[in-house]
Design a protein around this ligand. Structure first.
Ligand SMILES: O=C(O)CCC(=O)C(=O)O
Ligand SMILES: [Fe+2]
Length: 156
């Protein structure tokens, strides 16, 4: 299968799992962490500019683990006390914005230092645009949850 077709297939699976539109999503980004490398605490959402406008804001993140990591390298969300350990072909999905478009501070996260092995990830950021009628409106919305068994569904 051609590479583009494979990526489109994964995008479609993300759309099916998240029930969100991929129309304005960014291209898949790939990152590699070697021994001791990490990603410090941050938010994935954008900040407002001087005029109070946000552009290209990332409503949600899908993080696919492309490798196992023998030690370290977990993705952590202190607000929800969630630790996701990399498992090859598994994915984690979370929302970065409240329904009114403001950044959700509970989405603060970090990639812990890799202590042994190499960590490969692919990140897909979904944008606010296109979600207007799709984003579920739940009163109680967990800030982060693991998409179970994505590893079986994603053929990457
Ligand atoms: O490497 C991780 O576990 C986190 C990566 C991340 O937060 C990002 O790419 O925005
Ligand atoms: Fe991030």
């Amino acid at each position: 299968m051609h590479e583009i077709e494979q990526l489109n297939k994964i995008s479609q699976r993300i759309a099916d799992a998240t029930k969100l539109s991929m129309e304005y999503a960014e291209v898949f980004q790939v990152a590699k962490y070697d021994y001791g490398e990490f990603y410090k605490y941050h938010y994935d959402f954008g900040r407002k500019d001087r005029n109070g406008y946000r552009s290209l804001n990332r409503v949600a993140t899908v993080l696919i683990y492309l490798s196992n990591v023998s030690k370290g390298g977990a993705t952590i969300f202190p607000a929800s006390k969630t630790i996701i350990r990399p498992e090859i072909r598994s994915a984690v999905f979370w929302l970065n914005l409240h329904e009114n478009g403001d950044g959700d501070k509970r989405s603060l996260h970090a990639g812990c230092p890799v202590l042994e092995g190499t960590k490969w990830i692919s990140t897909k950021w979904l944008h606010e645009e296109g979600q207007e009628f799709l984003r579920p409106c739940n009163l109680v919305q967990p800030p982060v949850w693991k998409i179970s068994h994505v590893e079986e569904k994603l053929n990457i």
